[in-house]
Write a protein that binds this ligand. Structure first.
Ligand SMILES: Cc1cc2nc3c(=O)[nH]c(=O)nc-3n(C[C@H](O)[C@H](O)[C@H](O)COP(=O)(O)O)c2cc1C
Length: 198
């Protein structure tokens, strides 16, 4: 084999390795290797990803964190927390499809629910709990009576799809904001842990 061909073949093989890499929770995220906990989230611009990581941090890092777009196999986990960011009153279609497809498997394992929304930068009230949990995530997961939390989120123009950004910027007084608090997420992680009787 020519040296150039050899190099090409080797590079292609390396490329295939990276393409076919198995789904893995956030690499190098500090967590225990035999974790029984997983957090499944959906996001557009990353707020729910950060909320998930901070919830896990509140649990001393025992939860592995998965974006639903990875289509993770969560069957090995004993306890699962589910949450996502809100657009037009609901979580992403990917999360809804995943939860519908895996409803039976997840049902006995879901130990916490969360949602992240803008709520026009107003404080969260019982109305958001009804819309996001009672009418949405509780139905999709078949789970009620687990710790549930609505967090205020954020807007980052540079991370938004151009069309969406244009649409959002056309609303009066719409500007970037960041209302997600790490301490609130960590507290929620602790609350979920406390709710489990080991
Ligand atoms: C197109 C769009 C629609 C949204 N719809 C809602 C909504 O219906 N209710 C709400 O409270 N917040 C809404 N928000 C605010 C988001 O929930 C908030 O910015 C959240 O932090 C986004 O999370 P992400 O960074 O994970 O995508 C919307 C934001 C965008 C960009």
């Amino acid at each position: 084999m020519e040296k150039r061909d050899f190099l090409k073949t080797s590079l292609a093989a390396i490329g295939m390795f990276f393409i076919s890499k198995p789904v893995w929770p956030l690499d190098f995220f500090p967590t225990t290797s035999d974790s029984e906990w997983a957090i499944l989230y959906s996001t557009w611009c990353g707020t729910s990803r950060d909320a998930s990581i901070w919830i896990s941090e509140g649990m001393d890092g025992i939860a592995n964190v998965f974006d639903v777009r990875e289509n993770p196999d969560l069957s090995k986990y004993k306890y699962i927390i589910v949450g996502g960011s809100i657009r037009s009153g609901e979580t992403s279609k990917e999360l809804q499809v995943y939860l519908t497809k895996h409803k039976e498997t997840l049902k006995g394992k879901v130990k916490g629910l969360f949602a992240v929304c803008g709520n026009m930068r107003q404080p969260i009230t019982s109305e958001q709990y009804t819309i996001f949990f009672d009418n949405h995530l509780a139905k999709l997961t078949g789970v009620t009576n687990v710790p549930s939390k609505v967090f205020l989120g954020r807007i980052t123009w540079g991370l938004m799809e151009p069309e969406t950004r244009k649409q959002m910027q056309s609303f009066p007084n719409m500007e970037e904001y960041d209302n997600l608090k790490r301490s609130d997420c960590m507290d929620f992680g602790r609350e979920i842990l406390k709710s489990i009787k080991f």
